[in-house]
Design a protein around this ligand. Structure first.
Ligand code: PEP
Ligand code: MG
Length: 607
């Protein structure tokens, strides 16, 4: 990405709009991964001073973390586990004692000693079988980088430690970094790497923080304190905007806010086309704090509860009780609507952090999601018990990620039956008819959708991964992000095939990838007969509005035309000509950049 333009000292950088909204503010560079470590010899006589220097830096780091902990707003308190674990790690023997041993034993400076510690700990973690524990190396890296920055004499300001609201500029923010961002202090964020369907981008949308990712080198272009405008709708960042830019982006910001108010106004009306076709519009949820947003945006329930973040927020594996209480809270607050709880989907991009160095594994094809759960029955059964117990308190559906074929479903069912018998024997209430679904996101699963449909109660299409795996494009890699193409004829056929197989077997087909939240794709999905769309709660109003504006009959005609396309360009052409006639007003404003109705994809596709 990143084609830059200049005018009167203002520069525009183009990246990928990852979370909509327009923000104005000062840049704040976070460079956790940019600490340079030099080796210095420390003579015998300097050793005690060096040890003192090291200890002081650790104390300062402790102080910083304690301050951050004290400042975490009440609503985010349950996520403070990450920081608490950092405090413990600072004084862990493996870090604290070892670093001092290296300083004295090898006569090296604190920085070098810490980097040796990091190498050593990395080696130990790599041998750990359980991926979840192995991935905690990211926390060790994070903590060591904090001390390194203090030693390097930087301010030590962290992601939380912001004096005033700023725009964060980072090489990369991991999902773990992102859950620490408070929308009060972070006006927007922009990163060198990333794509729209990465989990970091998904979280930004959940938190309502505008974001532009995939800017390639914004961290070396922008200086802390420079004025920025972030346009998360068009994916642009303006550095040192002149008066003219400021004025036009203020207008765009106003237009966007007005547009949102207008669409939210009708968001509690049912999602029904003008000729009576109904579709369920549900919310994807990551954090408990999102429940009020889910309700206020008019969701017909939670179509995807991603459960990874509870694991990220705790230092140790969360107990069955902790999980049960969290799920129960969601279920009770969303009742009478259903909640689809997906079992753990870690691996992939979930643990990539800003300090990740030289990782040579291929996590997207690794021990991710259901594969990890099936290899760690203790972890899996604790979560299954928590989900199934929560079913006693409302309408719960359980969803399994990354299923590639029938064998995995049979294995999963065995575990479910085991949990059913245990709970029954223990006299713990649960819903024996809990509905079971699978994510349809691996191409082989799509090819055998007819077989899988006999085994489960519903399908949920995970187009983020389906597109990643079928078009072979890493969903977190900005260099191939432009190849992400929901309108690829192969992708469209896979979606259609899944919906048809579900209906032939008498079960429902949902779609919960980011594609569901893009209004421009909604008419095609309706035309395929999709039963449910699940998306970021903030996308619900505009998607519902789109559904209410179209005719199912027209959508079917459009879908038939689009399905005949032999290239994505042809499919897009058919879609654009339909959108232009069905939504003249939105189409014009999307072209003027004031609306996210069709998003920049429409404007790009015809400009
Ligand atoms: C998907 O893959 O489309 C999906 C909804 O799941 P996730 O983004 O969590 O992988
Ligand atoms: Mg997925």
């Amino acid at each position: 990405m990143n084609d830059a333009r200049e005018r009167n000292g203002s520069r525009i950088l183009r990246g990928i709009g990852a979370s909509p909204g327009v923000a104005f503010g000062r840049a704040h560079l976070v460079g956790l991964d940019k600490v340079k470590v030099l080796r210095k010899r420390i003579s015998e006589s300097e050793l005690s001073a060096e040890i003192e220097r090291f200890r002081k830096a650790v104390f300062q780091a402790e102080d910083e973390i304690n301050r951050l902990l004290a400042e975490i707003p009440e609503e985010l308190r349950e996520h403070s586990g990450i920081l608490q674990s950092h405090l413990l790690m600072l004084k862990d023997k493996m870090v604290y004692d070892r670093a001092q041993e290296f300083i004295t034993g090898r006569g090296v400076n604190s920085e070098w000693a810490l980097s040796m510690v990091l190498e050593h700990v990395r080696g130990l973690f790599e041998q750990i079988k359980e991926q979840y524990i192995r991935e905690r190396i990211k926390d060790v890296e994070y903590v060591i980088c904090r001390v390194l920055r203090i030693l390097a004499g930087e301010s030590g300001e962290g992601l939380f430690d912001l004096k005033e609201p700023v725009i964060l500029v980072a090489h990369e923010l991991s999902p773990a970094d992102t859950i620490q961002l408070s929308p009060d202090k972070v006006l927007a964020f922009v990163t060198d790497v990333g794509s729209r369907t990465s989990h970091t981008a998904i979280l930004a949308r959940s938190l309502g923080i505008p974001a532009v990712v995939g800017l390639e080198d914004i961290t070396s272009t922008v200086l802390s304190g420079e004025n920025l405008i972030v346009d998360g709708i068009a994916g642009e960042v303006i550095i040192n905007p002149d008066a003219e830019y400021q004025e036009s982006y203020r207008e765009k910001q106003d237009g966007y806010l007005k547009y949102r108010l207008e669409v939210i106004h009708n968001s509690h009306l049912p999602a029904e086309t003008r000729d009576g076709f109904r579709v369920k519009i549900k919310a994807n949820m990551e954090l408990l704090e999102e429940i009020p947003t889910v309700i206020s945006n008019g969701a017909d329930g939670v179509g995807l509860l991603r459960t990874e973040y509870l694991y990220l927020a705790h230092r140790e594996l969360p107990s069955e009780e902790v999980l049960y209480n969290a799920y129960r809270e969601v279920v009770e607050r969303i009742r009478p609507y259903p909640v689809t709880i997906r079992t753990l989907d870690i691996g992939g991009d979930k643990f990539i952090s800003s300090v990740s160095l030289n990782e040579e594994i291929n996590p997207a094809l690794g021990l991710r999601a259901i594969r990890l759960s099936l290899r760690e029955p203790g972890l899996f059964c604790a979560q299954l018990r928590a989900i199934i117990r929560a079913s006693a308190h409302g309408n719960v559906r359980v969803l399994f990620p990354l299923i590639s074929g029938k064998r995995e479903i049979l294995q999963v069912k065995e575990y479910m039956n085991k949990v059913f018998s245990e709970l029954q024997a223990e006299g713990i209430p649960f819903d024996r008819d809990i509905k079971v679904g699978i994510m349809m996101e691996v191409p082989t699963a799509i090819m055998v959708a007819d077989i899988l449909a006999q085994e489960v109660d519903f399908f949920s299409l995970g187009t983020n991964d389906l597109i990643q795996y079928s078009l072979a494009i890493d969903r977190v890699n900005e260099f191939v992000a432009h190849l992400y193409e929901p309108l690829d004829p192969g992708v469209l056929r896979m979606i259609k095939r899944t919906v048809d197989a579900a209906h032939d077997a008498g079960i429902n087909a949902a779609l919960c990838g980011e594609m569901a939240g893009e209004p421009m794709y909604v008419p095609i999905l309706l035309g395929m007969g999709i039963d449910e769309l699940s998306m970021n709660a903030l996308d619900i109003p505009r998607v519902k509005r789109t559904v209410r504006m179209v005719r199912y009959e027209d959508c079917v005609r459009l879908t038939n035309r689009v399905m005949e396309a032999s290239t994505s360009a042809e499919a897009r052409e058919a879609l654009v000509s339909y959108l232009r006639s069905a939504f003249p007003r939105e189409f014009d404003s999307a072209m003027g950049g004031h609306s996210d109705m069709a998003g920049m994809e429409v404007s790009r596709s015809i400009s």
